[in-house]
Every structure is written in C-alpha cells, then in structure tokens.
Design a binder for this molecule. Structure first.
Ligand SMILES: C[S@@+](CC[C@H](N)C(=O)[O-])C[C@H]1O[C@@H](n2cnc3c(N)ncnc32)[C@H](O)[C@@H]1O
Length: 383
C-alpha cells in the first residue's frame, strides 16, 4: 500500500468507526487487510517454535478476507486464501474480527483498542486428550491478540534489545527517550532518523527504525543513510539514501517526508555534519517537535571533527549546543548577535552523550527594560 494510503488509515483510526470503514472502502479492503496482517505479524514477534496453523478472518461488510498463518521451527509464513483456494489442512484455531476494529486497534490512539467483534474458535475443543495441557497455538494467538489489544504495552529498552539497536546496551538512551517521547506515543507522527545502521554492509541496519515503528504505532518512520539501504523499507518504514551534510540531499528527503515532528541524528557523528543537518532540518521541524542528537561524546574527538582541548568551539557539536543555551535568553542579552533559531527553541535537555532540543516559540519579551543591565546602572542602583 502507498505511504499516503497508510497515512490516511492512521488518521482515520483516530476518528469514528464509520470514517475508518469508509477509508477502508476507498483504499480497497484487500489491500488494507494485507497491510494490517503485515503490521500485526511485525508486532506479534512470533518466534520459531512448534508447528501451528492460525486462520485470520477479517470482515468488511459482507466480505471476509482470510489469511493463513503458519508457524514452525523455520519461522512464520502467511498468505491470503483466495476464493476457491480453500486450505487442505484444518486450522488449529480461527480468529475472526471486523477489519474496522482491527485497524482502530492497530493504529488508534491509546485506549481506543477493542476486541468486541472478535471470535476465537479453537480446533481442538472436541479432542479430550488436548484438555488441560497448553498447546503451542495458545502462545501464537496470545501474541497476535496482544499485538492488537496492547500496542502500547512494550517499553523502549525491550524493543532495542529485540531489534538489536545499540541505543540500549552500548548506551542507555531508552529511559531518556521515554521521558521525552512517552506522551507522544499515540500521535500520528512523522519521524526521521539520520543513520540507519550497518554502515557499508548493505545487509545490515534498520534496527532503530523497527524500534520506532513499534514504539510509535501511528507514526510514519523515515531513515536516512549515506549507504543505499532502501531495501529495508517495509510497512510504515521508508529508507532514503543521502548525505546528512548535504543541504541538497536533505531537501530531497523533506520532499518525501514532509515536515517531521521528530528528527534523531544518529548518523556520522562528525560535528560539522551534525551542524549542517541541524541548520537545514530544524527550521522545517513542526512546532512542538523535538530534535535529538546522539553520541555527543564525539564532540571531544578530533577524528569526528571535535576538539580535545577546548569545549566551547561552536564548530563542534557540544560547543554549538552550548551557544543555544545563550540563545534561550536571547531577549535578555545585550549586544549578542541573535541566531536565527533563537526564537524557535523553547528548551534544551542534556544527558550523557545525548541532547533534546524542543521547537517552541521563545518570544516572551524578556525582563522589563527598567531593570538595570549595565555595570554603571548597577552601581547607580546599589549606590
Ligand atoms: C550508528 S549507525 C546508526 C544506528 C541506528 N540508528 C540504530 O540505532 O540502530 C550510523 C549510520 O550512519 C550512516 N552514516 C554515516 N555517515 C553518514 C552521512 N554523512 N549521512 C548519512 N548517514 C551517514 C552510516 O552508514 C551508519 O549506517
């Protein structure tokens, strides 16, 4: 399904059931069902294990779209059952639910998930030997319905471990991210992360994009890497190629993404690159958005364009960020040449190796003009 189609579904999922049903009708129930099954399987994290066959039946009006999901030691496969393509093997379990409700559960805001239309039919109920012992299917179905009913139940550190992002382990960023991101989790966001991962190895990378896709169930997630990793695009994740230090490349990126709500810079970690990306992207960030820079220890490392012996050089990432602290007080400082971003930065948060910049109007007017600022005035007041 086209990205704008997914975007339409996500925004419909924040509205009425009738609106969701109408959007499904516009986009085509089969295409929506295929996308929903892909999203559901991504979130269910079904591990390789004993064999189990689950049929998922998604109802839309008088139509029922059926999918077979097979789990086994080799992993998971799924495929639609077309008309006349009835499966030869009876399923272990059939789960039926209205497609509208499934879409709302997958993409709706926190608290709107519902299972009112769901029916689960276990295939073994008439088999007395199956009574009183856990079957492999129980865990498979538990994971599938949890993915629908509790999309916000999983934490960021667990997701980093699951998908292999070094944001947890090598670093301990998740608790800081959760501090700043938790209240945004159910918003229909556009997120751009610079640095997809895997460096020159085209087969590797994408871990943190999967993390964001899962952590923000309603977000469209974009990754930018200097190496072509576009084959990692899937579902709500789109991977673009470009150099974060090139304004022309960043302009192309924004043509695809539109204005982001969140930018995370986990790219080259070279100070001039961080500054170039910030200079180009921050003005395009939506109001209320967040700009994050990771691995700022490189600001002290000459190999990354940092400085080992001075900590305030504005050509380094942390030296530059320190100037933004002055910028917070731009209306109160006499004689400082204002930076163009000063009126748009409402808050700065620094942690070990990590900084968050809040985009917010900062034009309160400063302190009253009669409060003395200069030395002579101060002397007059005290004398
Ligand atoms: C630390 S990895 C990203 C890890 C990923 N964000 C994660 O948490 O799983 C850094 C990535 O930045 C990419 N990169 C390096 N220089 C870049 C540049 N100038 N522009 C864009 N990406 C760059 C590298 O190819 C590498 O894949």
């Amino acid at each position: 399904m086209q990205r704008h189609g997914i975007g339409r579904l996500i925004s419909a999922a924040g509205g009425t059931a009738d609106g969701i049903t109408a959007t499904i009708g516009d986009l085509g129930a089969e295409a929506v069902a295929a996308m929903a099954i892909g999203e559901l399987l991504h979130r269910a994290d079904l591990p390789p294990g004993p064999e189990a066959t689950v049929h998922l039946c998604l109802r839309h009006g008088t139509t029922t779209i059926r999918y077979g999901v097979e789990t086994g030691p080799a992993g998971v496969t799924s495929r639609p059952h077309r008309h006349g393509d009835e499966p030869s093997v009876a399923p272990d379990v059939t789960v039926t639910q209205d497609l509208t409700e499934v879409i709302r559960s997958l993409f709706g805001p926190r608290g709107t998930q519902s299972s009112a239309s769901r029916v689960i039919r276990w295939g073994h109920l008439e088999d007395p030997t199956a009574f009183d012992r856990p079957l492999p299917t129980y865990d498979v179905v538990r994971r599938l319905v949890d993915a629908l009913d509790r999309p916000y139940a999983i934490g960021l550190a667990e997701l980093c471990v699951r998908y292999g992002s070094d944001k947890w382990g090598h670093h301990t960023y998740p608790r800081r991210y959760e501090q700043h991101f938790d209240h945004l989790r159910d918003q229909p966001l556009t997120i751009l992360e610079i640095g997809v991962g895997g460096f020159g190895d085209q087969g590797r990378g994408g871990a943190s994009l999967e993390v964001w896709r899962r952590y923000f169930p309603r977000a469209l997630v974009y990754g930018l890497d200097i190496v072509d990793k576009s084959h990692l695009s899937t579902g709500r994740v789109t991977v673009l190629q470009g150099d974060q230090s090139s304004p022309a490349d960043l302009a192309r990126v924004l043509e695809v993404t539109g204005r982001p709500d969140i930018v995370i810079d986990d790219g080259s970690h070279v100070s001039p690159h961080l500054l170039a990306s910030f200079a180009y992207l921050f003005p395009h960030l939506r109001d209320g958005g967040l700009y994050v820079m990771e691995d700022l220890q490189t600001s002290y490392w000459p190999f990354f364009g940092g400085r080992a012996s001075t900590y305030t050089d504005p050509a380094t990432s942390l030296g530059f960020l320190k100037t933004l602290i002055d910028g917070l007080h731009h209306e109160d400082i006499v004689g400082r040449a204002p930076a163009s971003t000063d009126p748009d930065i409402g808050g700065l948060h620094f942690y070990h190796n990590l900084a968050f910049i809040e985009k917010e109007r900062n034009l309160d007017g400063g302190a009253p003009s009669w409060i003395p600022r200069g030395v002579k005035q101060a002397a007059r007041v005290s004398g």
